[in-house]
Design a protein around this ligand. Sequence first.
Ligand SMILES: NC(=O)c1ccc[n+]([C@@H]2O[C@H](COP(=O)([O-])OP(=O)(O)OC[C@H]3O[C@@H](n4cnc5c(N)ncnc54)[C@H](OP(=O)(O)O)[C@@H]3O)[C@@H](O)[C@H]2O)c1
Length: 275
Amino acid sequence: MKHSIYLNNDVEMPLLGLGVYSITEQPDVTRSIRSAVQAGYRLIDTASAYKNEEQVGEAIAGCSVNRKQLFLTTKLWNTAQRVGDIQGAFQRSLERLQTDYVDLYLVQWPVPGCFQSTWKEMEKIYESGRARAIGVSNFEIRHLEELKKISGIVPAVNQIECHPFWQRTELIEYCKDNHIHVQAYSPLARGAYLDEDMMCVLGIKYAHTPAQVGLHWCIQRGLSVIPRSTRPEHIRSNAGIFDFEIEEEDMELMKTLNRDYRSADIPEDLRDIPF
Ligand SMILES: NC(=O)c1ccc[n+]([C@@H]2O[C@H](COP(=O)([O-])OP(=O)(O)OC[C@H]3O[C@@H](n4cnc5c(N)ncnc54)[C@H](OP(=O)(O)O)[C@@H]3O)[C@@H](O)[C@H]2O)c1
């Protein structure tokens, strides 16, 4: 099974990455990234809002593989959109990350009244070569349709919450039709489905853990995944998702697990976004 895909601008991106949300202490960040790299991960997903770009930059600088072998994603936070300081925010992220480019820069949320002008600034960043690809996160179909009206650059990625408890089928179909790769965040639903009966039964059937079944399910649907962990044994285990196939009838069965379950909190200052 392939371990990477090509985005709509031909940039290659690994299908598995390490998410580092809420990991902020340097020893934890360093241990997580080191364990992930040892286990074969080549993608790290951070964000300016995670307040750990400096620690991530430090961990990458001391890492056993060089920067060019890694795929580094970071994200623009809402405050920068509201004050219109996209270029400044991006530059500060680069400095904190100790790099002169990122592989993927994402608009983290479609801030109402801002995200269209933000995207025009994202285009400039892309054209400068300092982000190999640009994309969005938490965008619904209507937001993507808005971008289509104002820009010739199609987001390479839409990073959204997706897992067996929230399957996002319509949005994923739309993204596929429009050449936007979907990356699943919170792909473990922060643990919510790991004790679910069907996931345990499928885990036994495929001789993998429920977490591995859930992550593989995303990949088999054409998504990439960025599970988070600080525990080396979980980080290793979450990489063991490429050596089996879920049978079609089980993929069908898993559709019944959907319950539109949201695991990530909506930030307080985004309550005005009509989801
Ligand atoms: N774009 C956005 O707005 C957005 C929003 C949310 C998240 N994200 C990104 O997506 C990444 C992942 O999402 P997430 O952090 O929300 O949640 P997640 O990856 O679904 O779940 C993380 C939780 O699962 C546990 N875990 C990991 N592997 C496990 C395993 N094999 N068995 C049992 N438990 C396991 C972790 O604990 P241990 O540390 O103990 O393993 C942690 O508590 C984030 O880190 C971030 O990079 C993006």
